[in-house]
Design a protein around this ligand. Structure first.
Ligand SMILES: *Cc1c(COP(=O)(O)O)cnc(C)c1O
Length: 401
């Protein structure tokens, strides 16, 4: 928890800088945070359309609408760039912890940081958060994009002056190559999504903020009032970090579930076999291919697998076709748009309401008879930056599986 608090303090130090560079964060004083909203109409649709009997309150954590990056990556990715920036500035004695960090937007600081490079491998959203924030500080930035990355995400990054290198291969290859190129350059820093404790802590800060939002809404979390959280999972860092933070705060009263595509359930595979990152989905004959670009990862973070082992309640899988159904459902019921990857969160709510499948979990955890007091949070991990014409395409997409 001390590490999470340290991360939270660092984000506060950077708030004046963020507010100066990104005026859209002014409302929240330079703190990048999202709303937590009730979605009762979506809950009704889930119960009516999918034969679910979800009890309690259903809420949406709208990281889809986080400022700057429009996805959950605005937490971990941006945090890691800021941490690296502070480390460099302190090391070179050009900044002290007590300074007003808005000075970092001045030319002499930008000139200093322009000597350095930041690199990252990404399926899209991590690249956007790292790319946009690194460019704002003044770094040279190179984003190594896997084949799954959407064209509009590459275009948006290039418009910020970011160098985008495209790969025909999957995420793991893009990361491997990016890491190698970065290691060859002493002035280059590689954001390592597979192993980064810094990214993880940036995500974990979400839990402290969520605890405040739950309290504001009068939502109690205790032995009689369980909290369920459903988070889409790719390599594991975002859902892992958020869940780690939530477990620190709510212990056994919070039940964290991840959701992965049926063709790319890398975290499920690593954890269920106990082989962590020594196994990938291709090893068991799955393609790793999915419309959910943010979740198109074949090999999980070994670091996250081992950290999550005592904390994670379970993992659901979801077919691509369901993602688009949930996308349309949410648009029709609540008038909120999410990208397909983010819609995976609803699979958790749907399946949790199908009493047969999860009865043993409820019994083992002493939850039977308490579900009418439950709060369920679908963690919406991305979507607000998706261009209008692509939204229209998504709304009419019906993949076979
Ligand atoms: C990255 C991402 C995730 C999952 O995060 P990981 O750290 O890769 O597990 C989920 N949803 C969206 C939209 C993402 O971009």
């Amino acid at each position: 928890m001390e590490d999470v608090e340290d991360a939270e303090e660092r984000l506060k130090r950077f708030a004046p800088f963020i507010m100066r560079c990104f005026p859209e964060t002014r409302d929240r004083g330079g703190i990048i945070e999202s709303d937590l909203t009730d979605i009762p109409a979506m809950k009704n649709t889930i119960n009516r359309k999918y034969g679910s009997r979800l009890e309690g309150r259903l809420l949406l954590k709208q990281d889809s609408h986080l400022a700057i990056a429009g996805s959950v990556k605005a937490r971990g990715g941006i945090y890691e760039v800021l941490k690296h920036t502070e480390d460099l500035a302190l090391e070179h004695d050009i900044l002290s912890l007590k300074d007003d960090y808005s000075c970092l937007a001045e030319p002499k600081f930008r000139d200093f940081f322009s000597q350095y490079t930041v690199q990252v491998g990404s399926t899209g959203n991590l690249g956007m958060s790292i790319g946009i924030m690194s460019a704002a500080i003044g770094y040279k930035v190179i984003v190594h994009m896997s084949a799954d990355a959407k064209q509009w995400k590459k275009d948006l990054l290039r418009s910020h002056g970011v160098a985008v290198i495209e790969y025909d291969s999957d995420y793991s290859e893009a990361v491997k190559n990016g890491r190698r190129l970065s290691d060859e350059d002493p002035e280059s820093y590689f954001v390592d999504d597979e192993n980064s404790g810094t990214l993880f802590l940036g995500y974990a800060v979400a839990a402290k903020r969520l605890a405040g939002q739950l309290a504001e809404k009068g939502i109690t979390v205790d032995g009689e009032h369980p909290l369920f959280v459903y988070i889409p999972c790719g390599v594991g860092g975002a859902p892992g970090g958020i869940s780690f933070g939530l477990k620190q705060i709510f212990q056994d009263h919070v039940h964290c579930f991840f959701v992965e595509p049926t063709q790319a359930p890398c975290m499920l595979l690593g954890m269920a076999t106990g082989q962590n990152s020594d196994i990938c989905v291709q090893d068991i004959g799955l393609s790793g291919r999915t419309h959910a670009d943010g979740l198109a990862v074949g090999r999980p973070s070994g670091f996250v697998c081992s950290v999550m082992r005592p904390f994670l309640s379970g993992i659901f899988t979801v077919q691509d076709a369901n993602l688009y159904d949930y996308l349309r459902d949410l648009q029709e019921t609540e008038n909120i748009f999410l990208e397909p990857s983010a819609c995976a969160a609803f699979q958790g709510a749907v399946k949790m309401g199908e009493s047969d499948g999860i009865r043993s979990y409820l019994e083992e955890n002493g939850l039977t008879g308490k579900m009418q007091n439950a709060a369920h949070i679908a963690w919406a991990t991305g979507g607000s930056l998706v261009p209008e014409e692509i939204r229209e395409v998504y709304k009419k997409t019906y993949p076979d599986s």
